[in-house]
Structure formats: C-alpha cells, structure tokens
Ligand binder design. Structure first.
Ligand code: TPP
Length: 554
C-alpha cells in the first residue's frame, strides 16, 4: 500500500470496510474533487438522485435494509440543507447515515469570503450548526487529524445508529494523509465484558422462574439485524413476543409465539394488549415509546418496571447498564432464558386466525380500503418487503396479516411524507432480488416522485401501487375535509413512468375490486418487470384503524 492516500480515498476505503457498496447524492462545484477521490479508486457505486432530500431518503432506506451505515454526498449550503429533513428522520428513527458534504476551500472559509451558496455574511459555521441539531456528531475535517476525525464520526454512526455529518473542504479532500490506519479495520460495538456479566446476573434474578416471559420487540432489533436471535428466543418455552407497528412481522405473524402488533389502545387484538400491559416480567427490546407507536401514550406498561434493552445500553427495573449493546444484551437474554430452572411448560398456543381468501362484496363497485388490503394480503408472496407511506397506506398495511418472511418498512416516528419512494430505491439496492411492493398516496408521491425514473430504470422490479384518492385523505379524516388545503392537483399518473424516463414500464389502473384482482394477477404473471399501478379510491375512504386514530387526534 502507498504510504499516503488522499482524504477522499481514505474515506472511501473506510466506507468499503464498513461494507458499503453504494453512494447516494448530487454533485456541486464544492464536492467534485471529493467525489473524484471517493469514487476514483473504490468499488463504491454512485447512485445519483434528482434532489438531496431524495438522496437522504434513499440512503436511509439503504441503511435499514443493509443493516449498517449508508452514505450520501452533497454540496455546501444548497445541497446539504435540502437533505436536512431526511437526516432528521434518520436521527428520529435510529438509522446510521453518513452525510458527507463538500465544503469550500479551508482558506476561503477562514477568510470569510463571500462565496456562492453561503449566506454572504462571511460565517461558514451556519450549516454545520444546523447539521449538529440532527446528527450525533457534525465535524468539519481538517487535513491535520483527518483520519481520526473520519474514524470517530463513522464509529459514532455505527455505535449510536444515528446520522453523522462530515464536512470536507475541497482542498482537504485531495490532501494526503497516512494510509497506515486503514490496515486496522474499525472495531465497532464492543461491549465491556464486566458490564455484560453484571447484566447477566441481574437479568437472571429479575426473570427468576416466571413461567411466562413477554417480549415487546421494537424496531431497534431491525437496526441491529437481530431477527434471527428473536426467532431463537421465540422458540423457547414460555416466551411470547409482540412487536410494534414499526417492527411489524419482525417475528413471522404465523409463529405460535407471536402476539401480533401492540400499540396501546390501538392494538387490534385486546388479548395482545392485555398480555403486554399485564406482563410480569416484560422485556422491551429495541422498543420506541412515541405517540404513534403507543396509541397516543395509552400503553399500560412501565419501562422502569421492565427489562429495557436499548441500542447502546440496557436497564433492569430502572438500573442502568451503559455500554451494553443490543446484540449482546439480547444474546444474554437468550442464554438466561435457556438455563432457567425449573423450565416452564409450553404455553397454550394462541389461536392463529385462519386466512380465508377475501371475496369482495361488490366486485364492480368502487375500490375501497375494506377490499384493497385483504386482496393485497392474499396476493403478497412470502418474503416480500412491503413499503408503506404515511397516510392511509401505512394504516392499511398494519391491517394486513403478512405472509412469513415479509417485512413492513415505513417511517412511523418521523412520518415525513414522500419518504418511501426514494427509500424503496435505497432498500432495493441493498436487497437485490427481494420482491418489493411500495404503496404510496398521491399527496405523498408528489413530494418525491422525481426518483420514480431511477427506481424503474436501475434494473429493479418493484411493484408501485399509487393510491389516488384525490388529496390528503388522512388529514381530511382529522379535520376540515372540505378545506382547500386538502386538495392536490390531479396528475395523469399512468403517464408518469414514461415521462420520468422509464417508458417500458407496464402501467395499470384499477377503480374496482374486480379490476384490482385482474391487475394483481397480471403483475404476478410478469415478475421480471417493474409495475406501476394507479389505484383509484373514494376521496374520504380510510382503513378502520386510521378512522379510529383520526378520531383520537381530533
Ligand atoms: N409534510 C410532510 C413533509 N410530512 C407530513 N407528514 C405532512 C406534511 C403532513 N401530512 C401527513 S399525511 C399527509 C400530510 C400532508 C397527507 C398524505 O396524503 P396522501 O399521501 O395522499 O395519503 P392519503 O392519506 O390520502 O392516502
């Protein structure tokens, strides 16, 4: 290896070592040299986006599916600020995204030069301060100490599962730094063995010989790729597992140990709600306690009276174990459950509702949510990634019993509409070959539709279901359904794939249940192509769970 590399090449190598294969973003004069250094000698594949918000969402979706950090590169000011909403979403939802920003040369910034893309006030600290509000760390890299600054930021992203900001001035991007640190890959997520042993003893005492242990499994488990371990825990006698809506189907919904989705008073099955609220002992694993995930804080459990496993620490009845990563705490949970004596007998199996194929009552009437979701449930293949946008789509998806191996991807904490379309692109690039279905409303799609062309032309084969219900139905359900601000401009949706660069994409339209059945059949018959389907639904129709939620928000 050469004794020195440029800062850009150093960063690229570190990203490769962390397993990254793709880089999202947009060029701009302040990041061109950086991009040449990063992409020049590396295996990283560039995925351009139409705007930086989309690049941020794509990186977020990519990180979620590859279960590790993803990165985007933007340019100073105009580019980086457009990505802030996406980065805030990544922070709120614990997604490690590395935001690399090409900055003006160090000298120009030190001199307070009145450059384009600055606020023309000589202060070059504005945007890094903005980044600091939505990232676990935000640093401007100097040539001196660049390797340490980059390593620290990357370690922070992985350790905290949060976004980080690396501002790299144009001159620093091409500055030489020693290559020697690259010989040691970054060592991440190291738990102190003494803390782990303390935790093991406290956990064994807390769980004792309770015949039943209830686990509420949250989205943190997805972030750390712990699905397999959850399955192993679920196989133990006496264990019952509920999930949150942000981690729906983390354990297969047909698994005998599953309790289904828990969301406080919006839990669909009262028995699930009771079992979680009254559980003793209760283990919260990677759980997030926000309004949408707890039925507006109507959860009946107390985290301070439970075992509460977080991404980077754990608590048992309030006592904290810092530096204990979720990987480790869950592994210890499995071991402690395994050796408990006396072992509890098997619990009676929860009656799994038999899934009977849905027959619409009025096949030629208007398509409504009451038919849409059961028909999708019958149609989805095992193993599918279902991506559902905020709005009627996400609530409808929650009503589906997903086939085994399926996952639901959404953004229920940050809930920024438009997220799912670019996120689907990023997710599919991380999980090539996985069947992926996106359901998105017309209002949401209008925010980020520019990425449809890329989604349909990169050799990916998503099924995009566009719910055209003439505007912001979820907001209409909450208040003022007739208000002028609830409308969107009516687009000619089925023309969009061709207009946005993917003319060969099969397009479909369904206005009735019978038409939907036919379309789904045709889509299934052509798995080698992407499909774009416009679903026309009545303006005010919504899934039951959303009607309930809207009532409570009101
Ligand atoms: N702007 C952003 C960026 N995010 C938001 N969550 C909102 C505004 C508020 N908001 C939440 S859902 C929604 C709006 C405007 C409407 C979504 O409409 P659509 O995608 O058409 O879904 P529908 O409920 O009609 O199916």
């Amino acid at each position: 290896m050469a004794p020195t590399v440029t800062v850009g090449a150093y960063l690229a190598r570190r990203l490769e070592q962390l397993g990254l294969t793709h880089l999202f973003g947009l060029p701009g004069d302040f990041n061109l040299a950086l991009l040449d250094e990063v992409l020049g000698g590396s295996s990283l594949r560039w995925v351009g986006s139409s705007n930086e918000l989309n690049a941020g969402y794509a990186a977020d979706g990519h990180a979620r599916l590859r279960r590790g950090p993803a990165a985007l590169v933007t340019t100073f000011g105009v580019g980086e600020l457009s990505a802030v909403n996406a980065l805030a979403g990544s922070f709120a939802e614990d997604v490690p995204v590395v935001h690399v920003v090409g900055l003006p040369p160090t000298r120009a910034m030190a001199d307070g030069a009145l450059l384009h893309h600055s606020l023309a006030d000589g202060d070059f600290g504005h945007f890094v301060r903005v980044a600091g509000e939505v990232c676990a760390t935000a640093v401007v890299v100097r040539a001196q100490g660049a390797c340490t600054a980059i390593d620290r930021a990357l370690l922070t992203a992985v350790g905290s599962s949060k976004p980080v900001y690396l501002g790299i001035p144009a001159d620093v991007a091409v500055a030489p730094v020693p290559a020697a640190p690259l010989e040691r890959p970054l060592r991440v997520l190291h738990t102190d063995p003494a803390v782990a042993e303390d935790f093991r003893a406290a956990l064994a005492e807390f769980l004792g010989d309770a015949p039943e242990v209830t686990v509420l499994a949250g989205p943190g488990l997805h972030r750390r790729q712990l699905e397999e371990r959850v399955r192993a825990i679920a196989a133990q006698n006496g264990v019952r597992i509920a999930t949150q809506s942000a981690s729906k189907a983390l354990l297969d919904e047909s698994h005998p140990a599953t309790l289904g989705v828990y969301a406080g008073r919006f839990t669909r099955d009262p028995e699930t709600r009771r079992r979680v609220d009254e559980a003793a002992p209760l283990v919260l694993a990677g759980v997030v306690v926000t309004d949408f995930l707890t039925g507006s804080f109507t959860h009946g459990f107390d985290p301070d009276a439970a075992v509460d496993l977080h991404l980077d620490h754990a608590r048992i009845a309030g006592a904290a174990f810092y530096g204990l990563y979720l990987e480790e705490s869950l592994r210890i949970l499995e071991e402690v459950l395994e050796v408990r004596t006396p072992r509890p007998g098997p619990l009676p199996r929860r009656a799994v509702t038999e899934v009977v194929p849905h027959v619409p009552a009025h096949p030629d009437g208007p398509l409504t949510h009451a038919d849409l979701w059961p028909l999708l449930q019958d149609w989805l293949n095992p193993g599918t990634l279902l991506v559902a946008e905020a709005g009627t789509s996400f609530y409808g998806a929650l009503e589906v019993t997903l086939p085994d191996g399926c996952d639901l991807l959404g953004q229920p904490v940050w809930s920024s509409i438009g997220y799912t379309l670019p996120a689907t692109l990023g997710a599919m690039l991380a999980a090539p070959g996985r069947e992926t279905v996106l359901v998105i409303g017309d209002g949401s799609a209008q925010l980020t539709i520019q990425e449809l062309g890329r989604l349909l032309t990169l050799g990916l084969t998503p099924t995009v279901l566009l719910v055209n219900n003439s505007g912001y139905t979820v907001e209409r359900a909450i208040r003022s359904p007739e208000a002028v601000y609830q409308d969107v401009v009516a687009w000619d949706w089925t023309k969009l794939p061709a207009a946005l660069g993917a003319p060969g994409t099969p397009v479909f339209r369904a206005e009735t249940p019978a038409q939907l059945v036919k379309v789904l059949h045709e889509v299934r018959a052509d798995p080698d192509h992407a499909a774009f389907v416009e679903l026309v639904l009545p303006r005010d129709d919504a899934p039951d769970s959303l009607v309930q939620l809207a009532r409570s928000v009101r």
